[in-house]
Design a binder for this molecule. Structure first.
Ligand SMILES: Nc1ncnc2c1ncn2[C@@H]1O[C@H](COP(=O)(O)OP(=O)(O)OP(=O)(O)O)[C@@H](O)[C@H]1O
Length: 253
């Protein structure tokens, strides 16, 4: 029997269903971020303060260009803010060097992208195995974990299929298996249903909900899809780089 994927990572505190008392897993304090294009400075995020509890499932919504992906990249440790604190599992990740940050990401964060980002020359199980190549697990242990992850997303029978032999929904499920195979506590999803038909999108959202409810994964998901927003436990809105209590989509629903 392959080993179970644990509900928590040893690198971060236990993720359980959020409670009123739970310490935030992710804590943003006065985060600001600009991009520089030549002499021009483009402010993108302005004084963002936000807490995300362990075990939460947050949808990040807002108009195009409002800074959602930028904020997601900061939380995931892909990019750095100009100022502010960004504490994840008790560590201010803004203070980590590039190498430390890469190591921190590999141990703590699973990524799910709009266009799956699978390697076309690798079959499903080899794609799922990729993040484990950075660990010191044996080949047998890696394979066992990959089989467990593929079984969790309902694709145990597609392990030897290449991406072009899988539907879009199945490819996204392989990507989800790849994201969870290292047992990260934090799942970062950038428009995970953006390329999917309605049914496949619903399947992927159901799967994310189950990973949140049963494995305690903390999920932060950028989405334009109101149904994806409904699948989350709560929704946070960004507007012109600032957090907004208003739902800018409300008039369109
Ligand atoms: N690397 C970059 N260099 C310069 N400007 C950037 C860079 N990345 C993003 N921006 C700018 O930052 C702003 C916010 O971009 P971001 O991708 O975070 O928005 P978004 O809310 O995710 O948009 P969308 O919903 O369209 O994906 C945009 O004006 C964008 O042009």
């Amino acid at each position: 029997m392959p080993p179970p994927l644990r509900a928590s990572s040893p690198a971060l505190p236990d993720a359980t269903a959020p409670t009123a008392e739970a310490a935030p897993l992710v804590s943003l304090r006065h985060l600001s971020k600009s991009y520089r294009r030549g002499a021009q400075v483009v402010p993108v995020l302005d004084d963002i303060t936000l807490d995300i509890a362990a075990g939460d499932f947050v949808a990040l919504m807002g108009p195009s260009g409002s800074g959602k992906s930028t904020l997601l990249n900061l939380i995931a440790g892909i990019d750095k803010p100009d100022s502010g604190e960004l504490i994840v599992g008790g560590i201010d990740i803004t203070q980590l060097g590039e190498g430390e940050l890469a190591d921190w990401r590999a141990r703590n964060v699973g990524f799910i992208f709009q266009f799956y980002n699978l390697m076309p020359v690798l079959d499903a199980i080899e794609n799922v195995e990729l993040p484990l190549l950075l660990t010191n697990l044996s080949r047998a242990e890696r394979r066992a974990r990959c089989e467990t992850a593929l079984a969790l997303v309902g694709l145990a029978d597609r392990a030897k299929h290449f991406p072009n032999e899988l539907s879009g929904g199945q490819q996204q499920r392989v990507a989800i298996a790849r994201a969870i195979v290292t047992d990260p506590v934090l799942l970062i999803c950038d428009e995970p249903t953006g390329d999917l038909d309605r049914q496949s999108a619903a399947d992927v959202l159901k799967m994310l909900g189950e990973l949140n409810a049963t494995l305690g994964k903390t999920i932060v998901m950028v989405t334009h899809d109101p149904r994806a927003g409904d699948a989350a436990r709560r929704t946070t809105y960004l507007d012109k780089g600032r957090l907004s209590g208003e739902n800018p989509f409300a008039a369109h629903r």
